[in-house]
Design a protein around this ligand. Sequence first.
Ligand code: SF4
Length: 234
Amino acid sequence: MRGNSNIADYIPFSTVDCPEGISFVLFLSGCPNRCTFCHNIELFDIKTKYSWESIEELLSKRRKLLDIVIFSGGEPLLTKDLNFFLERTKNLGLKTGIHTSGVLPEYIDKNSIYNPKVLDWVGLDIKAPLSNPNLYMEITKNKNLLKDVKLTIDILQEKKIKFETRTTLTKELLNKALIEELCLSLKEKGIENFVLQACRDINLKNIEGTDKILDNKIFIESLSKLFKTFSIRK
Ligand code: SF4
């Protein structure tokens, strides 16, 4: 029996959270970052609403309808039983994925989270250019995060785990020069897949200035040439 599972909520069926197929998304509470645009503030503190056992029962019943289970957050890598959850999910015959800001890679590596036997896909958030430590810190309020993200990329590349990097266009990033700097810093790190996504306000409207950037065909085309696969999520 896993008491403190950190499972705060879930979506039983999603077609938009992972390019690997139809997903079941679990939201695990706790996050070491304090991003300026965070829409998941209620997940900052560790809270458990559902036991792993109840989720596993649900997954067993629904597994024929699903392709993958995504562990999202908050920051799922703070959950110490994550490895156990990944193994149990694989035992059900489902693929596994995580959404992460790229925290604590040394700890995670030691605990074999980034292990292709239990983990099929990673969605890695890039909050600012990898070449801009001040902005990374300003947006996330976590002075260690940029170093951790770079190490996470190294681990994922070395272990050949499928991953997508994605950036949400927050107010701080609505500037063509910065977006270009961000894309170039990813290319320099050997990143081949990138998604640029709109940030929405509480009324689910794109924040002002986003459309001007995302609808600029010439600019977007110049960015897309830097990657093997590039897409936009509005
Ligand atoms: S990493 Fe995600 S959950 Fe954590 S503060 Fe940033 S946006 Fe919020």
